[in-house]
Design a binder for this molecule. Structure first.
Ligand SMILES: [Zn+2]
Length: 440
């Protein structure tokens, strides 16, 4: 078992045509389930004049109304308390509560049954196996084990694979690093922000070179950093480890993963999820590679609070090439590129914060932290970038290359403020580096 490359050799190499048949069969099953067990879903579909009988072909799926996050917020705290009527199982079958992080508004509650948790860890098993986790690995999980789903299912999946799992729970960053060192842990899971934070603390507060730790692979989630080339490079160099991207969400599940071939993109687990990419302007479903749109996703097996054609706002694009690893699951090129919400217009130019991150992290002499602030002076947009200079680096040494690269990659001019190393805010989980003051 350990020598074989796939967690599920049948599903992960199924020809696309067969995968599509499987997705259609599963989609119909979850749609009938939700229609029959939740007032929220039945009302939504009845209003659109769609019943399970109308879904006769794969193309019919596109006619089904999407579910927006705001709809899920509206039903919270209603009967059955606290989830509302999207719940498809009796309350006594719910075995786990989680909630979304609330970065884009009031948190949404997420109920799961025990079967759903089995499903979560199965999805994560695809991820970890594809990233080279094997039973001999000792996996350190440095996160707070709380109401946020984060790496909970990753923990269970690592156990399912037969790895040895060390829960890093309430330990502070220094204690976590000491434990990793003491136990010679070989793998860990964290947000890109926290991976860089750990490297920073090890180096500058503890005098430990993180590359001397036994960590040889890191699974990232929660932020796009592992899909941003310069950020990934910083993480890989700091720990002397492979860094793999993964994207998932509380209300969706663990739907994608990068494999050890590192194709600069992520596989969509097409046996467990149906991913559609929708043109942001026209609403058309994009099948062709290389065209960006927002993801509409269905979790094909999740039962307590189903996720059917959920409008995730993640901006993605299909890759044109199959992956060299042999998996038939399609790749999304460059991972999650951004969020439809985040991509905002500044001085009439579309700006993605990820593009600024790519530039800042590609320049030696600049620290990992940065901050972007957009505001208005009169009618004119202004954009300010705060960066840190590493000890021994002068402003003159980086100024020109930073300005040029920003202009080249984002088509915008910035007011740049330079700070000494250690002066910008540090984050433990997800960073808030982009502030748009124009909205207030
Ligand atoms: Zn692959």
């Amino acid at each position: 078992m350990t020598g074989q490359p796939y967690w599920n050799p049948v599903l992960e190499t199924l020809p696309q045509e067969k995968l599509k048949q499987l997705q259609f069969k599963k989609f119909k099953r979850i749609f009938i389930w939700a229609y029959g067990h939740s007032k929220f879903h039945k009302d939504l579909y009845d209003k659109a004049g769609i019943t399970p009988d109308h879904i006769k072909s794969f193309e019919d799926i596109q006619k089904i109304p999407k579910v927006e996050k705001s709809m899920m917020r509206d039903i919270q705290n209603k009967d059955p308390f606290p989830y509302g009527d999207a719940l498809c199982v009796p309350l006594e079958e719910v075995s786990a509560f989680r909630q979304t992080s609330g970065t884009t508004g009031q948190p949404v509650y997420q109920p799961d049954t025990w079967q759903d948790w089995e499903w979560w860890s199965e999805c994560w098993s695809f991820i970890l196996w594809a990233q080279g986790y094997r039973p001999r690995d000792r996996v350190f999980v440095p996160f707070g084990y709380n109401i946020f789903v984060a790496f909970w299912a990753g923990h269970y999946a690592a156990e399912k694979l037969g790895c040895e799992v060390v829960p890093g729970g309430v330990l502070d960053t220094q204690a976590r690093i000491l434990k990793i060192q003491e136990l010679q842990a070989t793998a860990m899971m964290a947000t890109p922000t926290y991976v860089l934070r750990m490297a920073d603390v090890a180096r500058h507060q503890m005098g430990i070179d993180p590359a001397t730790l036994a960590i040889n692979k890191i699974t990232c989630a929660g932020e796009p950093g592992a899909g941003i080339t310069s950020t990934k490079k910083r993480m890989e160099e700091a720990f002397g480890a492979k860094v793999y991207d993964h994207s998932g969400a509380t209300e969706i599940g663990a739907w994608s993963y990068e494999c050890t071939d590192q194709p600069h993109g992520m596989h969509v687990n097409e046996a467990m999820f149906l991913v559609e990419i929708e043109d942001i302007k026209t609403g058309r479903i994009i099948e062709e590679p290389g065209k960006k749109g927002k993801m509409v996703i269905t979790a094909l097996d999740r039962i307590a609070q189903p996720c059917i054609r959920f409008d995730s706002k993640d901006v993605i694009q299909w890759d044109s090439e199959p992956c060299s690893c042999g998996r038939t699951f399609r790749l999304i090129k460059g991972g999650v590129i951004g969020r439809a919400d985040d991509i905002t217009k500044v001085k009439g130019v579309l700006l993605s914060p990820a593009a600024i991150e790519e530039v800042v992290r590609s320049i030696d002499g600049l620290g990992d932290e940065f901050e972007v602030i957009v505001d208005k002076q009169g009618d004119v947009d202004r954009i300010k970038l705060k960066v840190e200079l590493m000890p021994g680096t002068s402003k003159a040494a980086v100024e020109n290359v930073l300005k040029d690269q920003l202009r080249l990659k984002t088509n915008l001019g910035y007011r740049i403020e330079y700070y000494d190393y250690g002066h910008l805010q540090r984050y433990e989980i997800k960073a808030k580096r982009f502030k748009d003051l124009r909205k207030k």
